[in-house]
Write a protein that binds this ligand. Structure first.
Ligand SMILES: [Zn+2]
Ligand SMILES: [Zn+2]
Length: 188
């Protein structure tokens, strides 16, 4: 068998053998190229699917996201409001420090002086929720809600009361501040 093969191949001339070898190489090259093209096609398909999927997910998110009701918007061009805050506990006015919310990050709600003036300096879209009194106390890191001011909580010692522009207010930490408000928190 091998003898015959040898005989066969020896029967082919050098030229013919070279031709066959070249033909074989050419076939392999075509095959490789086709495989390469197929791989490329797979890649492109995958990328198109991923990107397309991302875009439709974004579309879906934008379409289903609840729209912000107009009534929740204070401004679309920012605000610079001020409210005046005082805190009186058992007859003692409490210090409201300067530079609350002014540090490494400049909070839109902050104080500059120790004068009880809360500055609300926002740019762009401002929602009612952004100017809740609670936001100021969170930034300050002090406690305030309908039951407690600082460490004083309604009980035998006294009650938390709030006035806005001299009117009793029962919204406490949920109160949405307005420009030029006079806010008084009293524990007595
Ligand atoms: Zn400021
Ligand atoms: Zn200001």
């Amino acid at each position: 068998m091998s003898n015959q093969n040898q005989e066969n191949s020896s029967q082919l001339s050098k030229k013919e053998r070279r031709f066959l070898r070249r033909q074989q190489k050419e076939k392999e090259r075509l095959l490789h190229r086709r495989q390469g093209k197929f791989k490329k096609f797979l890649w492109i398909t995958t990328i198109v699917l991923i990107v397309g999927g991302g875009i439709s997910a974004l579309d879906w998110f934008l379409a289903t996201r609840p729209a912000l009701p107009e009534s929740e918007i204070i401004s679309r061009q920012g605000i610079h409001w001020h409210a005046d805050l005082s805190i009186k506990i058992l007859g003692q006015y409490q210090d409201i420090s300067a530079n609350i919310g002014i540090g490494i990050t400049h909070q839109p709600i902050h104080t500059h002086e120790a004068d009880g003036v809360i500055h609300m300096e926002f740019s762009g879209l401002v929602k009612k929720d952004d100017v809740k009194l609670d936001k100021f106390f969170k930034i300050w890191g002090r406690k305030f809600n309908q039951n407690c001011i600082f460490d004083k909580c309604s009980g035998s010692e006294g009650q938390v009361k709030m006035f806005v522009n001299n009117q009793p207010n029962s919204e406490f930490e949920n109160y949405i501040m307005q420009d030029r408000d006079k806010i008084e928190i009293i524990f007595e």
